[in-house]
Design a protein around this ligand. Structure first.
Ligand SMILES: O=C(O)[C@H]1O[C@H](OP(=O)(O)OP(=O)(O)OC[C@H]2O[C@@H](n3ccc(=O)[nH]c3=O)[C@H](O)[C@@H]2O)[C@H](O)[C@@H](O)[C@@H]1O
Length: 446
């Protein structure tokens, strides 16, 4: 306070025309000493204040600009670096159509994810141009995502490291490449984790989706979009098998609610901007290179370690069942959706006519109980499971799923052919190979 007063005095004493002011020598001398001492104190305080500001800036979670929104960047997410001549060259090369009749140029979001990797590889195998995008977050072991990325790179697919919420990045990608299609698979997956980290679902499955649609609607030409919805949207629906016409207004988890919201949001963008959009409701997809957060995966891991596994059962000891769908069947469904997607009708963010809007179930049409899943794994892994049977927790799980796939069969020529036993055999073979020497053998099971 005293300093502030001194400064205030000083300011009052300084005449507006300094040249005319002639104070006595001694008073000028003492005033100057006082002034210098106050000035050094002021400098010291300013320095301390600035240091505090700098400390707070570097110690606080970083905020990065993402288009016109700010988003906290997770400590574990790698800072995305993109742009520059070499980067653009890699983007162009990866997205260039190589050969084949299809000639699609596809941006695959979530490319280093389970389904993303398989779809990207399948597209590349038939000669389509593929560019991947992935933020490599740590929802599950990022080293598995990095191994998948290596596979993709070996196949000539560049995976851009970045987030679907980064509007500048998405805009840049569409400036560099005229994508004909977007295969949108980036999402916060997992039914039960939604209770632990609800924001992550809103950030990826709603905010990220809207950001992507915003960029797609303004792109010229607009791409056709195929994206991953989920069987979980059927929620408490008890009419089996689940048909696309059944009600989906009773989600049992926040995850399901964000996927349902995605279906409504995509409808809006189709309606207003003429974007061609196809939503695919995946039914519990499993297989090699799968997600470690899914039951078949961590059951195998825990069974091999002799650890106890929790097997859920429904009311009155009823079985809990899933329409487990093998990854190769899902990939065929995804490619079928891309190949039959009509062009978007808008330009420059304006609709020119009605555009295609579709939703399909992609399931296996033969549900299997979790108990049976465990028995198959026991045979394949040659170990006895240490099971603990527990009532289905109230954390978003539904007791059963069962897909009616008539529509996908008709429109996408979708025809699943892999029984759970066969698919799990392939999963177990991959699992043993990958984890016996994950570094050396990561590419050997393709
Ligand atoms: O079909 C879908 O749309 C969803 O499929 C899976 O969700 P979920 O079917 O619940 O798959 P898991 O988490 O692998 O669970 C499979 C079954 O095992 C049961 N389970 C799970 C965990 C556990 O410890 N014990 C157990 O018995 C579950 O109740 C469920 O019936 C995926 O995790 C979701 O991302 C996806 O959207």
């Amino acid at each position: 306070m005293s300093q502030l007063k001194t400064i205030g005095h000083m300011a009052d004493d300084i005449p507006s025309t300094p040249g005319k002011f002639k104070p006595e020598k001694s008073s000028v001398y003492f005033n100057r000493i006082r002034w210098y001492s106050s000035l050094s104190k002021l400098t010291l305080w300013s320095f301390l204040f600035l240091s505090l500001l700098l400390f707070l800036f570097f110690a606080s979670p970083r905020l990065e600009r993402h288009g016109d929104s700010f988003q906290t960047v997770s400590k574990t997410a790698t800072a995305a670096t993109w742009g520059g001549h070499d980067w653009e060259l890699r983007v162009r090369q990866s997205a260039r159509v190589k050969h084949g009749a299809h000639g699609l140029t596809v941006l695959v979001t979530g490319a280093s994810g389970f389904v993303g990797t398989h779809v990207s590889m399948a597209l590349r195998r038939r000669g389509d141009g593929v560019l991947g995008l992935d933020n490599f977050n740590n929802y599950y072991d990022p080293s598995l995502k990095r191994s998948r990325q290596k596979l993709l790179e070996r196949a000539g697919i560049f995976v851009v490291e970045g987030d679907i919420n980064d509007r500048d990045l998405l805009t840049k990608l569409f400036d560099v490449v005229a994508f004909t299609h977007v295969m949108h698979l980036a999402a916060q997956a997992g039914v039960r984790y939604a209770m632990e980290n609800p924001k992550s679902y809103v950030n990826s499955n709603i905010a990220g989706l809207v950001n992507l649609l915003e960029v797609c609607k303004s792109a010229n030409p607009q791409p056709s979009i195929v994206w991953a919805s989920s069987s979980s949207v059927y929620g408490l629906n008890s009419k089996v098998p689940f048909s696309e016409k059944d009600r989906t207004d009773q989600p049992a988890s926040l995850y399901a609610a964000t996927k349902k919201a995605g279906e409504e949001i995509t409808h809006t963008y189709n309606h207003i901007y003429g974007l061609s959009i196809t939503g695919l409701r995946f039914f519990t997809v499993y297989g090699p290179w799968g997600r470690p957060d899914m039951a078949y995966f961590f059951f195998a891991k825990d069974m091999l370690k002799g650890k106890q596994i929790k097997v859920f059962e429904g009311p009155n000891h009823s079985t809990v069942a899933r329409d487990f769908t093998y990854i190769d069947d899902i990939v065929k469904g995804c490619l079928g959706a891309l190949d039959t997607a009509k062009k978007s009708t808008g330009t420059g963010g304006k609709k020119k006519g009605p555009a295609q809007f579709r939703i399909f179930n992609l399931g296996n049409t033969s549900p299997v109980s979790v108990t049976e899943l465990v028995s198959i794994l026991e045979k394949l892994l040659k170990v006895k499971a240490n099971k603990k049977v527990l009532p289905l927790p109230r954390n978003g799980d539904v007791p059963f799923t069962h897909a009616n796939i008539t529509l996908a069969q008709k429109e996408l020529s979708y025809k699943p052919t892999t029984a759970l036993q066969t698919g799990l055999k392939k999963f177990v073979r991959w699992y043993s190979s990958y984890y016996s020497d994950s570094k050396k053998k990561s590419g050997s099971v393709w």
